[in-house]
Design a protein around this ligand. Structure first.
Ligand code: HEC
Ligand code: HEC
Length: 195
């Protein structure tokens, strides 16, 4: 008897979560793609982001500590931005979404790169390596995923960091300040070339 009650409780909870999860991911998929692999070059892939980075980032959007660019997806969906989206979700929603996306496989975006810039970027990447390990592909670094991410997205984020619209950590800022003309396109090509 006790066992039966316990079982129905477990099932009851997991059924509610499945419905809740679908309702939540439907709010993301038309921009971030199925399973968090984005088909829109302005929208980052979010598959496999670490729970820590995901939670921190959603909180930043919610508190307007990071600006979210407005985006109008294809079809009948309305233009929206991450600040508005995050404000309409609870911390519990963030957690459910974080647990879902961390379990999805990140599929590097296929992009055309310039091999000379890739080679140059590999050298410049030494400035980033300490925090963005494995050529920027390791979600466990808790700093997002740069390898195989959309180039226009990366470029925009680097602009946001240098203009101060998105706040980089002091140590990252120090490395960004050392970059010279041409280093940013080289880095972006290098990250995009990672498979
Ligand atoms: C209208 C399109 C749109 C929808 C819907 C949307 N996003 Fe976003 N999302 C974006 C864009 C654009 C960015 C890049 C924002 C920027 O930095 O300017 C982004 C960025 C993010 C990031 C940061 C990724 C990183 O690597 O730093 C996370 C996390 C994220 N979104 C999660 C979500 C979740 C979860 C949902 C669903 C609840 C969602 N988004 C719904 C467009 C959207
Ligand atoms: C001392 C550690 C450190 C170094 C060195 C560093 N970063 Fe970062 N980087 C971070 C942290 C921390 C974040 C997450 C910022 C946040 O939470 O918004 C980040 C985030 C980023 C992002 C945004 C990722 C996303 O998904 O939106 C980009 C792009 C980036 N770094 C590029 C670089 C580049 C290029 C270099 C080398 C020139 C570099 N970083 C060096 C710590 C570092």
């Amino acid at each position: 008897m006790i066992r039966k009650i316990a079982l129905s409780l477990i099932l009851g909870v997991s059924v509610a979560n499945a419905a809740q999860l679908t309702e939540l991911t439907e709010k993301c998929e038309h921009c971030h793609g199925e399973n968090g692999n984005s088909n829109e070059e302005q929208v980052p892939s979010i598959a496999s982001l670490s729970v820590k980075y995901f939670m921190k980032t959603m909180k930043k959007f919610k508190n307007d500590k990071r600006p979210g660019k407005k985006f109008k997806p294809e079809g009948h969906h309305e233009e929206n931005d991450m600040n508005t989206i995050a404000k309409n979700l609870t911390k519990e929603d963030f957690r459910i979404l974080a647990d879902y996306y961390v379990a999805q496989t990140f599929i590097p975006r296929q992009q055309t790169v310039d091999q000379n810039l890739v080679r140059k970027g590999k050298k410049v990447y030494k400035r980033c390596k300490k925090c963005h390990t494995d050529n920027g592909s390791n979600p466990q670094d808790d700093v997002g995923i740069l390898a195989g991410q959309w180039m226009p997205y990366l470029e925009f984020q680097l602009e946001q960091f240098s203009s101060g619209k998105r706040t980089p950590s002091k140590k990252m800022k120090k490395q960004l300040n050392k970059l010279q003309d041409g280093d940013i396109p080289a880095l972006i090509n290098f990250f995009a070339a990672q498979k």
